[in-house]
Design a protein around this ligand. Sequence first.
Ligand code: HEM
Length: 196
Amino acid sequence: MSLTEVQRPANRRERYRFMPTAASPPFAIGGILVSLLLPAVGYLSGDVRVMFTVHLFLGAFWFGTAVLGAVVLGPVMGSPSEEANAEGFVPKMNLLMEPVSVGVVGSGIGLADKMGLWASATPSLWAAFALAIALLVLGFGPLHKFTAGMFDEIAAAGTDHERLASLNKKYGRLSMVEHLLMIAIVATMSGLRWGF
Ligand code: HEM
């Protein structure tokens, strides 16, 4: 299914009904399930190595996607092209990245628990936790607002290109802050590794 089968959402409920259709339902379900189930499986496995691998996989995916978006996709595509939107790029990213961010933070907190690190939390662990909260607030707050607005415009038959471009620009600017926080959190991962 593609965006040609949806229209401008009239309200929030409609938006989240249209979004999985535009992204393709199997993608939406798969993305959300994998991001949220993997940390749960890792935690329940009782094996710290499984938890570690899940955290690495999701963390690398999140960080890699953010860097790719900032360094390649953003500058090359500028504003998302009609074709990319028809393939559901914006709704797919909307539906995938938020659960992935929850999965990374959840698996990190779970991993720290499995490794017994919370008993005497180091400055790096607290820094990672604080940065994670900031990343989630940013992602589920303003960044979500911008991408949801972009989806509404793309889904609309009469796209308001001015609004779309303005939202895209705001998103690009604020995502710089997100990337700085991500670089900082990866630095704290190194701190954790070496016991700081
Ligand atoms: C963008 C978010 C994150 C990314 C990209 C990320 C990435 C990574 C990577 C690459 C490692 C392996 C390197 C190492 O062994 O240190 C790691 C380990 C780890 N992460 Fe994260 N992480 C993120 C968030 C978090 C959060 C929020 C927590 C907990 C509050 C956390 C807790 C841990 C722990 C406990 C380890 C194991 C450290 C060790 O080996 O001693 N992570 N993470």
